[in-house]
Design a protein around this ligand. Sequence first.
Ligand code: F1P
Length: 344
Amino acid sequence: MIEGQYTREEILSQPEAWMKAIDVLKRNIETIEGFSTLNHHQQVLFTGCGSTYHLARAGAIVFQELTGTPANGLPASEIWQSSAGSFLPSEAQVLIAISRSGETTETLQACEKIRHNPKARIMTLVCVPDSRLAKMGDVNLEFPSGAEKSIAQTRAFTTLYLGVVGMSAIAARKSAILEGLRMLPRPARLMLDGEQERAALHGGNLVIDRIYFLGSGGRFGLACELSLKMKEMSLTHSEAFHFMEFRHGPKAMVNDSTIVVGLVSESNKKQELAVLNEVGELGAEIITIGENNTDVSFNSGVEEVLRNILYLPFGQMMAFERSIAKGLDPDHPIHLDAVVKLTQ
Ligand code: F1P
């Protein structure tokens, strides 16, 4: 078997997986609408672990933006072990639990914790049908097209993220957003086919020893996810920051063996590019990803809340290429298991 064969196939097949996820959403419109009217939505918590925790953070922002309901994203372990700081038990809670496997102990425990409140409601999003988590929700959405053989999440992350965007659009009764999801696979396909060389060029530059991902708003969780990809697949020091935070300390780490990848927005483009120019002058190699006039451009024509998913494929490819260039196997990151199951 070729090294990284599973991961490569999973990265490249994302657009097709998204199309199938849209069908799942369409089949569940009434169920999701019912779920979102059955409570007061005083507290909406999104949760997961590792990749799905980053998804929870990014997803909570999308949900809040689209529905106008306050939402937050927390690691499942915090909801389980530090519940007092995570939620107010007296309120009607909604927990949106996300997991590729549906078997991660902390995520199952977070649901158990919330279930003690009779006013609580749970929704789960998983890639493995009939997993334990997929039986714990009042509503369980299954996205098998995202399921993966490799350890680091790529297709699962984006498919579940699309699930969260679509679910939020349905809860907000914004059918145009739901319809707009269909416009995403095409620019994703073009990017996956057209940007491999650039991903290999930058990812494969082994003079580089630190890689930072900058993203603000709903893109911060996505920047965290790309940074995690870089660690898991290529064992490279990597961190994620909000754009404007980078000046407040992290900038000290920049030298000429640094890459800074900017997930550039349309709304704050000027200020975000100013940060990137500044670190570029300190010697960092800069890569900009965005809708247009960036190194990697989507040219998708869709609105910001929808196109955020398009920031992911290039960073995933870069992590993959770096792993290969370092002689590692992206399918089998060292020290990691696909699911963390705790025995005590
Ligand atoms: C979450 C997760 C992965 C990570 C690692 C262990 O699993 O933390 O994101 O890459 O391999 O598991 P899940 O709950 O989404 O299945």
